[in-house]
Design a protein around this ligand. Structure first.
Ligand code: FPP
Length: 249
């Protein structure tokens, strides 16, 4: 898919069949920078501009939940300088976008091991979450120091603790009870999962929640991804028949 196709616009979308929750694996910042003979950090900087575009577009269209994979637990293994630059960019993004999030009724929420983030980033995140808590237009979830297996493990441990404490027997545990102990508690599962830069991988992202998500992988590198291609994917999503394991109607 590319952004040069026939222009899809917001008006071409069927408002009654929008995904309630879009999740995105933002990949390819490093390759974008390499192609331009730039430092990887320049790729992340350009990538954060794409984040702004996609957040704005999602809000405009009426997406209720947007979850962006901004930093995985595995990303801690990257060079210190790159991790530091990503943290600085994240803080800058939160500070720059706060006004717009408040004006546009966007709530910010973070998923992941917050305690591993630098103290100043934690503070900015907490402040942004607090100041946008009452917003109901769209929820922007940033997955930070996030890993799905560890999230599911946390839920399993919580349930095991409750069983041991005699709250309920193990046999009474339901899918809903496990889902309530994930970071995404109370949110609809993603209907649409987008991955940029062509890799056919899930990379430990929302493993429980994407059980029935429609997956779109585009070769476009994240910094080159934009409004047009996003709208094209949403249009294509609306043409897919979602059967949830059932037979066609
Ligand atoms: C993948 O590119 C991207 C990341 C690891 C981080 C995503 C971060 C941003 C888009 C910018 C900052 C985020 C916010 C929310 C403002 P990669 O480095 O893995 O690319 P490569 O696979 O080409 O090396």
């Amino acid at each position: 898919m590319n952004s040069n196709g026939p222009g899809t616009d917001v008006v071409d979308l069927d408002r009654s069949r929008l995904p309630a929750h879009v999740a995105i694996i933002m990949d390819g910042n490093g390759r974008w920078a390499k192609k331009q003979l730039l430092n990887r950090i320049k790729g992340h900087e350009k990538g954060s501009e794409t984040v702004r575009t996609i957040v704005r577009t999602s809000r405009e269209i009426g997406i209720r939940f947007l979850t962006l994979y901004a930093f995985s637990t595995e990303n801690w293994q990257r060079p210190k300088s790159e991790v530091g630059a990503l943290m600085t960019l994240l803080k800058k993004f939160l500070k720059n976008e706060l006004r717009e999030m408040r004006e546009n009724n966007i709530r910010l929420f973070a998923l992941g091991e917050m305690e591993r983030l630098p103290a100043d980033v934690q503070e900015t995140l907490q402040e942004t979450m607090r100041l946008t808590e009452a917003n109901t237009g769209m929820q922007l979830n940033l997955a930070l120091s996030y890993g799905a297996r560890s999230e599911i493990l946390g839920a399993a441990r919580a349930l095991a603790g409750e069983v041991a404490a005699g709250c309920f027997p193990a046999a009474a545990i339901t899918e809903e009870m496990l889902a309530e102990r994930l970071y995404t508690k109370g949110m609809p599962d993603p209907d649409l999962l987008i991955r940029t830069s062509g890799e056919m991988r899930i990379s430990n992202f929302l493993l429980w929640q994407i059980a029935y998500a429609e997956i779109f992988v585009t070769d476009t590198l994240w910094p080159d991804f934009g409004r047009d291609e996003y709208l094209q994917i949403l249009k294509a999503f609306q043409l897919r028949e979602r059967r949830f394991g059932n037979v066609p109607a």
